[in-house]
Design a protein around this ligand. Sequence first.
Ligand SMILES: [Zn+2]
Length: 235
Amino acid sequence: MTTFHPIILECPQCGALMSAYELMSYTVHRSENYSDGKTEFGMPASKDISICTACRLPFWREDGRLPGDPDWEEHGDLGSVMDLHDLEWTFDDDRDEKTIAFYKDLLDNGFADTDEREVFLRVRIWWSVNDLVRHLSSWRSARNLRMLRAIIKHRREMLSLFNTYRKLFDQNLEQLIFLYIKGDDVDLLYLANMYRESGNFSKALEILDKVERKSSSWRKLKKKVGKKDGLVFNI
Ligand SMILES: [Zn+2]
């Protein structure tokens, strides 16, 4: 069962009050899991970064959380807080590129003041660059020649756009791997995938060999590493 708890947030920059919900628990109905750890469908969008409805600046949600239970008599008509998905450009054709720029700007401007927050931003940068190629259709799914041409054209365009982010992608992943290993809860399969996506296939293989439980995810990942395929995939 999914349950929400109403809370009030106070913008750390301008002091505006906004209503929000805190997720207490949720049930996954159906989800798609990707090698970079992103889960789609069935999971509520992450709300860790909120956007103030008054000054429109982003802030960490936990920094705006007012302690205790609010007086709803007094605050019953507050507007609800925004997040990334409420920004004007969220339906633009180049929203993926704008999302990458959004997180990159936050990182460059020192928005992350702890390792944990830096990991959060770097994972978002990683995911949003991967989003460019996350849902590429396979040419095998073409039902006729026209569709085949369209798929090939789209794949070529998106892969070339993805490659324009290669430098950012690699530098970001390198720093993320460093922070991830520095943290104390390392999932070897996830780490092996980070190396695979950064193009370090021998290191990915070395880590995969240390994993004791050879799950179906392990086998899929091993196959990709064997083919030297570094793209994100549905795991
Ligand atoms: Zn504000």
